[in-house]
Design a protein around this ligand. Structure first.
Ligand code: ZN
Length: 159
């Protein structure tokens, strides 16, 4: 059963409130996380708590339990050379930018010759998210995993 300090492996599809599918983990390995350590969004941890391997869980997650509300004033014009991206930038893409607070994921709004307008909101901010989850495996975490605060092995962290 999923409680604090269990390592959980699961497959999921993620769709918007109007049913547009955004992600499907079944194209690869199941995702793994350490329960109770903030490794996944709060709404998902709440929905999975108490379930076990083999369970199917449908969860609707509001922005406050997901990626937060969209915030105004998060748009910025940055020099294109600071954006880490291979290939041509297009509006709607997410790219990583190095900031004083470390790397951040931003969404490209407009591409100029030397500058790019980006939005610092998470691409899924402000959205109600629908998850369809199949729990693949639940096991006790190792001491290392608990002290690191994340899952190791398939679908988790590799050091
Ligand atoms: Zn670790």
């Amino acid at each position: 059963m999923i409680t604090k300090d269990k390592v959980v492996q699961f497959h999921y599809t993620l769709s918007t409130a109007d049913g547009v599918q955004i992600e499907d983990s079944r194209k690869g390995e199941p995702m793994a996380y350490l329960h109770g350590h903030g490794g996944i969004i709060p709404g998902l941890e709440k929905a999975l708590e108490g379930h076990g391997a083999g369970d199917h869980v449908d969860a609707t997650v509001s922005p406050e339990d997901g990626y937060g509300e969209r915030r105004e004033g998060m748009q910025q014009r940055v020099s294109a050379k600071y954006l880490k991206h291979a290939g041509k930038l297009r509006p709607g893409m997410t790219v990583n930018v190095n900031t004083d607070d470390g790397p951040r994921t931003v969404t490209v709004i407009k591409v100029g010759l030397k500058t790019v307008d980006v939005d610092g909101n998470h691409p899924l901010a402000g959205q109600t998210l629908q998850f369809a989850i199949d729990i693949v495996d639940v096991r006790d975490a190792t001491e290392d995993e608990v002290s690191h605060g994340h899952a190791h092995g398939p679908g988790g962290h590799h050091h």
